[in-house]
Structures are given as structure tokens and as C-alpha cells.
Design a protein around this ligand. Structure first.
Ligand code: SAM
Ligand code: SF4
Length: 476
């Protein structure tokens, strides 16, 4: 028989998919009321730089005693400080088109939402949007699309190339990530060639029955097709993938376990975990129809982020402007590595710099952090974070960067911190108002002091001067 990988079904009917709801619930049931010592042992394992297994993750989930929850939060904070330092990578989403043939009951773009104003940006409009984003200092974007025949692999690749070609003043986009419908292997290959960074596909809910309930029409209603989509990406050579669950659709404890299981699956099959985990909470949307049974309150939200940090210590965690500034500030210290800034969801709204109230008929969902990129950078600097626009690993082909940050001694000092400093320098020179620049230079001085003894310190200082003299895009 001819071997045709393209037509090969990853799962046949006799096999269970790698998410087994009964197994996940068993772990959660079997680890109820854990002893303090058990919880501490799990946290210690993570602090010793080892990924947690499902049982250990369940132990943390079941640690309800306030003292134990505090220990989990402290553990996540310690891990973040010990391993990653205080860098926060910034990006912005760019919505390309909101036509959609699916009917996800939580989303404003759902096909049955007749109030939605459908629009796809023309190439010219994309250029205008990207110019406006570059004018703000953005270097990393995630392009977002509904699921529609118009947004096929060729079109996605075309929009990625369009974005990379926009250079305004000293501005340029150096990394384009994607959040779009899953593709077939050939489609992933095409998009990969356009030079994407991460391809994100969120499973939304990992529980098959709940999934069915929310995804009532269209290709997305096929749970397994979605669950295995990033395996197809891997087969096509897209090894930089992002997974996520939409919190509020089903029990958060189950979703956390399933994300860890999904991570283990990638490690077992491809020797590399997902690049990022996302954990959006459902927000208001036009015609949204989601029962409030599984709403995740702020307390559980913090706890679940801390658990994810400990369970998969070397994976990037993304927190978006769906959350308000207060929540974002509160949870960032538990291990978040990327946030968006200056976010606008309405198609075409970066260029028109509209600042009016959100119109949910034109946008996917409500955002709660409307601060500009500079306001966010200001606040990050005030809190001692080091804002970064670094794209070095991806452009030098250093894949698995989070894993290296985590496991290669000195990697952060050699690469991440210097590159964060260099990209912040560009921002301060090119885009920051005086008051931000002042704070920024102070933070840079502080970070440089921490690098004393680092072999490339002189070279780093030299590059900062070269950027001040007009050179750009210098990285280690
Ligand atoms: N159409 C593609 C898909 O479904 O994979 C692109 C994704 S959609 C434009 C981006 C993500 O937004 C979804 O995967 C979902 O997790 C999230 N989302 C949808 N509706 C939301 C809502 N009401 N509140 C918060 N996030 C939402
Ligand atoms: Fe379409 Fe994605 Fe919204 Fe579902 S979540 S309706 S697929 S845009």
C-alpha cells in the first residue's frame, strides 16, 4: 500500500485521543485534600526545574487551604524570579478579518450573529494598520482571523508577507504570530514559508462533550480535528505552536490538567513542548450565549496561572487585555512572560486612532485594558519590569527558546536580558516621551549593573551607543 502521510489519520477509531476526560477526573478525585508536605514536595520539584506530571498538577489544583494556595503563589513567583527575571515581552493583536463560518456560542464573530459588521482589511488597510502600530513602537504582532474560505493558507501567508514588508521610519515588524483556524498539513507548510513565529490554536475547552455544546456548526465543531491540528502543524515543520483554553466554558481544573496533558503529548511526540500557553477568560461579546456555571473568579484565575507556571516551568505564558489593568498587574508576577499593549480589536482602528467606546458588533469581545502601549510600558518600568520587544531567538533559528532560558545556565544573562535592553533602548530613542525615557534609562542602568561580570557587557554598552547613533536591530 502506498504511504500517503497527507491522508493519514492521526487517530483511528480504536484509539483513545490523548485527552481522556475520565482519566483527568480520576486524577482530580484521587488527590483530594492533599497534605501540606505533599503540596510542598510538588512545588519543590518545580523549583528544581522539573516539569510536573498530571498527578502532581492535580495535587496543586486540590490545595484549597489558603496557606497552601499562598505557597503555590509564592512558588510561582520564586520560579519566575529565579528563572526568568523581570522581562515582559510586548506585542499587539491585529485583526485581519471577521468573516466566520463557525458558530461558537461565546464569540461575537459567530456566523449566526446577524448584527456583526463583517469586514476584511484590504492590503492597503493592512499597510496602514501596520504603519500605525510601528509608529507606536510595536515590533511583534499576532494576526487574527475568523474561519472562512477567504482566509485560506495562501491568504494568511500573503497577509504575513504584507506585514513584514511594511517599514515606516525606523519601524518594522520583526515577528508575526498567527491566531487562525487550523489548517491541513499543506496549508501549514505554506504559512510556515511566509516566516511566521508562533501558530496559535486554542482548544477552547478540552472536554469533548462541553466542546460539542459550544461549537454547534462549521468545521470547528469537530473536536478531534481541532485537538490534533497542531500535530499537523508539527508534521508541516511548524514547531513553534501555542495552545490555550478559554476559561469559563468548563471546569477550570479540568482545563488546566488538559493543557498539561497536551504539553506532555507534544514533548513525547516532538521532543518540544508548546511555545506558549494562553488562558483567556470569556468576556462580553455580541450575542454571546454561555451559562455562568463555570465562570472563573479572580481568586481561582490567579491560582490557575500560578499552577500552570509551576506545572510547565519552561513555557511562555500569555496574558491579554481581556483582563483589566488591575488584574493584569496582580497576576503578572506569577510567571506571565508576554502581554499585549495598546490593543484595539476593531478592524482598521489602529490607523484611525479611534478611542471611542467599543462597539461589540464590530469586535470579537470586550477588552478591559485600554491603555496605550506607552502607558503600559510606563507602568512596567515603575514596577521594575524590563519591557522587551526581543525577537532574536526566532530570527536566529534558536527554537525552543523558553526551554533554553530555563535549562541552559546563563542563557538569560547572555541573550535575553541584553536583547531586552537593546530593544528597549530602540523604543526609548524612537518612540518614548521624555518622562518614559527617563524612567527607561534608569531601569536599563539597573539591569546593566546586574550583568557585571558578564563577558559581553562592554559589547552591550557599545551596542546601546550604536543605537543612540542611529543603528537598529542589534541583537545577540
Ligand atoms: N477563528 C479562529 C479560531 O477560532 O481559532 C481564531 C480565533 S479567535 C478570533 C481568538 C480566540 O479568541 C479564540 O480562540 C477564543 O479562545 C477567544 N475568544 C472568542 N470569544 C471570546 C470571548 N467572548 N471572550 C474572550 N475570548 C474569546
Ligand atoms: Fe469564528 Fe473563531 Fe469566533 Fe469561533 S472563535 S466564531 S471560529 S472567529
Amino acid at each position: 500500500m502506498k504511504f500517503e502521510p497527507e491522508t493519514y489519520r492521526i487517530r483511528d477509531e480504536r484509539m483513545k485521543p490523548f485527552i481522556d476526560p475520565e482519566e483527568i477526573w480520576e486524577y482530580i478525585e484521587d488527590t483530594k485534600n492533599p497534605e501540606k508536605a505533599e503540596v510542598e514536595a510538588v512545588i519543590d520539584k518545580s523549583l528544581n526545574k522539573q516539569r510536573l506530571n498530571l498527578r502532581e498538577t492535580a495535587i496543586l489544583i486540590n490545595a484549597d487551604d489558603p496557606e497552601l494556595v499562598e505557597k503555590i503563589k509564592q512558588g510561582a513567583m520564586a520560579l519566575k524570579e529565579k528563572v526568568y527575571g523581570n522581562r515582559i515581552v510586548l506585542f499587539a493583536p491585529l485583526y485581519i478579518g471577521n468573516k466566520c463560518k463557525n458558530d461558537c456560542t461565546y464569540c461575537g464573530f459567530r456566523a449566526s450573529n446577524k448584527d456583526a459588521e463583517r469586514r476584511t482589511l484590504s492590503d492597503k488597510e493592512i499597510v496602514k494598520e501596520v504603519e500605525a502600530l510601528e509608529d507606536n513602537g510595536q515590533k511583534r504582532l499576532i494576526l487574527v482571523y475568523g474561519e472562512h474560505d477567504d482566509y485560506n493558507a495562501d491568504y494568511i501567508a500573503h497577509t504575513v508577507e504584507t506585514v513584514y514588508n511594511v517599514k515606516k521610519g525606523k519601524g518594522e515588524i520583526r515577528r508575526v504570530n498567527i491566531n487562525a483556524a487550523p489548517l491541513d498539513i499543506e496549508g501549514f507548510r505554506k504559512v510556515r514559508k511566509s516566516g511566521i513565529g508562533t501558530y496559535q490554536v486554542f482548544q477552547e475547552t478540552y472536554h469533548p462533550k462541553a466542546y460539542k455544546w459550544y461549537h454547534i456548526k462549521g468545521p470547528k465543531s469537530d473536536y478531534e480535528n481541532r485537538l490534533t491540528s497542531l500535530d499537523r502543524a508539527q508534521e508541516a515543520g511548524v514547531d513553534d505552536v501555542g495552545i490555550g483554553a478559554l476559561f469559563g466554558l468548563y471546569d477550570w481544573r479540568f482545563e488546566v490538567m488538559a493543557m498539561v496533558r497536551h504539553t506532555n503529548h507534544f514533548e513525547a511526540c516532538y521532543n518540544v513542548g508548546p511555545h506558549t500557553l494562553s488562558f483567556p477568560r470569556i468576556k462580553d461579546a455580541s450575542t454571546v450565549n454561555v451559562p455562568d456555571k463555570y465562570v472563573v473568579n479572580d481568586e481561582d484565575f490567579v491560582k490557575l496561572i500560578a499552577i500552570l507556571r509551576l506545572a510547565v516551568p519552561y513555557t511562555g505564558l500569555i496574558l491579554t487585555a481581556r483582563e483589566n489593568a488591575e488584574v493584569r498587574n496582580a497576576v503578572m508576577r506569577f510567571g506571565v512572560s508576554q502581554i499585549d499593549g495598546g490593543t484595539k480589536l476593531e478592524l482598521g482602528s489602529y490607523a484611525t486612532s479611534k478611542n471611542e467606546k467599543q462597539n461589540l458588533n464590530r469586535e470579537q469581545f470586550a477588552i478591559n485594558d485600554n491603555r496605550s502601549l506607552n502607558e503600559i510600558i510606563d507602568e512596567l518600568l515603575d514596577k521594575g519590569y524590563l519591557p522587551s520587544f526581543c525577537t532574536a531567538c526566532y530570527r536566529l533559528g534558536r527554537t525552543g527558546e523558553h526551554f533554553m532560558e530555563f535549562s541552559v545556565p546563563g542563557f538569560i544573562k547572555r541573550y535575553c536580558t541584553p536583547n531586552a535592553i537593546l530593544t528597549l533602548t530602540e523604543y526609548l530613542v524612537d518612540y518614548a516621551p521624555e518622562h518614559t525615557a527617563k524612567k527607561g534609562w534608569k531601569v536599563i542602568d539597573k539591569e546593566i549593573k546586574k550583568l557585571e561580570g558578564f563577558g559581553r557587557l562592554e559589547e552591550l554598552k557599545n551596542r546601546i551607543e550604536r543605537i543612540k547613533q542611529g543603528e537598529r536591530d542589534l541583537y545577540f
